[in-house]
Design a protein around this ligand. Structure first.
Ligand code: NAD
Length: 447
């Protein structure tokens, strides 16, 4: 089989397929990424992934290449996992999706199933089906949206909530489901190889077959709803700040209602990454195309956009003066813990906003330093460790809840920070314990 695109999704899927014993080509125009894979590694940080890649490369089951003719022509299953960034107007940029489908069409043998893993707007699959009708070979199209989360991508893939496949060709749908059942059967072997622990909570592991438009809509609707939960928690957090409530108490009790569920109710600096922001704007744009307004999602975007500034205002209020010349450490530059991905990272937005307001900013992230360097203003200083960043600071903003930052004790923060202001932009500390050390603790919605 072939996987088109060696990014977060494509490489994870290809590594799993190949490490389970299936000969898998991974195709990407990016030679640097392919060279890294050839060395048995991933270009991004994801726990357990290097072990799978290394084994699959050694066994000759993972075959990196730039060539469609070398790979697609020898495959009966072709997965597309190319990027779908957003256009300046927020709609989905499908340039890579159509370029991959068009090139694959030139080489796919009769009977090939083309599987769309990339997140695409509803209606895209039908357009590709129309394209495939112009081919002399018989091709099937299946939508198989990806739900993995960076930072626990292998855990999510091995213990999934649901596998969704959508399309009209029943044989093709069955083939894809059979592939995932094979991965499920190989789970123990893949788990041992990657040293991934099972999730604490049991996952449903449902296999769901739907129509093509339903499958396309399921993916973006899931992400839009999760973004909504975060923005909802942040809206309530702003009120909690005014009335002396603690948002962590509020949302955990609200989420204790089984109709609601506590996941994604963490108030803080808002969502980022390569998916939520663009999937929300993509859904708004898709709605507009069909004359359906989505004010609820526009509200989610507006709340999210306000959060980095809201956090900086809190810091400024605590400092009692302008932030000009104030030494601030920002810990956490990846858009979330356990990844090196900095796409639309709130930590970077906060660091750059602070620097623009004249603060002297030092930064550190356990895995995302080289990626972050490209996104940060030149006045922001990158330090070699959390301790080094803190030693130069009067205040710290914890922007990503890496375990490494939670392992630093409140006493250590108190002694390292000159002014003792700790802005917990991810609400990951026990406010009472931290305040006991004399630190001025500022959470989001925890006044
Ligand atoms: P990415 O940007 O990390 O990777 C995309 C890769 O595709 C790049 O390496 C690029 O060089 C390659 N590419 C571009 N054009 C190509 C072509 N014609 N042929 C072969 N390769 C090509 O993207 P990603 O984060 O892996 O996301 C891929 C898709 O999966 C997106 O639609 C995204 O929304 C979706 N998704 C991502 C995640 C996630 O957590 N990253 C989760 C679920 C779904």
């Amino acid at each position: 089989m072939t996987v088109l695109g060696s990014g977060y999704v494509g490489l994870t899927a290809a590594a799993l397929f190949a490490a389970s014993g299936i000969k898998t080509y991974i195709v990407d125009p990016n030679q640097e990424r392919l060279d890294t894979i050839r060395q048995g590694k991933s270009f991004f940080y994801e726990v357990g992934l290097d072990a799978l890649i290394s084994k699959a490369i050694k066994d000759g089951n993972l075959l990196p290449t730039q060539s469609y003719s070398e790979s697609v022509a020898k495959s009966s299953l072709v997965f597309s996992a190319v990027g779908t960034p957003d256009n300046p107007d927020g709609s989905s940029n499908l340039t890579y999706v159509f370029a991959a489908a068009k090139e694959a069409m030139l080489y796919m043998p009769d009977g090939t199933v083309y599987v769309q893993k990339s997140t695409v707007p509803v209606g895209t699959g039908q357009k590709i089906i129309e394209l495939f009708k112009t081919s002399t070979t018989r091709l099937s199209y299946v939508s198989n949206p990806e739900f993995l989360r960076e930072g626990c991508a292998l855990q999510d893939s091995l213990w999934f909530d649901r596998i969704v496949v959508g399309g009209t060709n029943q044989e093709a749908l069955k083939r894809i489901m059979a592939l995932y059942k094979h991965i499920h059967e190989a789970r123990l072997q893949l788990q041992t190889l990657s040293d991934i622990k099972p999730p604490k909570q049991v996952r449903a592991e449902s296999y769901i077959t739907t129509s093509l438009p339903s499958a396309e809509l399921i993916k973006v609707t899931s992400n839009a709803f999760l973004s909504l939960k975060i923005s909802f928690a942040n809206s309530i957090a702003k009120l909690a700040d005014k009335v002396g409530a603690d948002i962590t108490e509020v949302m955990s009790a609200v989420g204790a209602d089984t109709r609601i569920n506590p996941a994604f109710f963490n108030a803080g600096r808002g969502y980022g990454g390569g998916c939520f922001p663009k999937d929300v704007s993509g859904l708004i744009a898709a709605g507009l195309e069909y004359g359906v307004a989505m004010p609820i999602l526009e509200a989610s975007q507006a709340v999210n956009a306000s959060m980095p500034g809201y956090i900086i205002e809190k810091l400024q209020l605590a400092c009692g003066k302008s932030l000009k010349g104030c030494k601030v450490a920002v810990l956490g530059l990846a858009f979330k813990a356990d990844t090196s991905d900095v796409r639309r990272s709130p930590g970077i937005a906060i660091a750059n906003k602070l620097a623009k307001s004249g603060a002297l900013v030092t930064c550190y992230d356990p895995e995302a330093m080289s990626e972050a360097k490209l996104e940060l203003l030149s006045t922001v200083k990158l330090m070699a460790s959390a301790k080094e960043a803190l030693e130069h600071a009067e205040a710290v903003v914890i922007a990503t809840d890496w375990q490494e930052f939670k392992d630093i004790t409140a006493q250590q923060y108190a002694s390292l920070l000159k002014k003792g202001i700790l802005v917990d932009a991810v609400n990951c500390f026990n406010a009472v314990v931290v305040r006991k050390t004399g630190i001025h603790y500022i959470g989001v919605g925890r006044s």
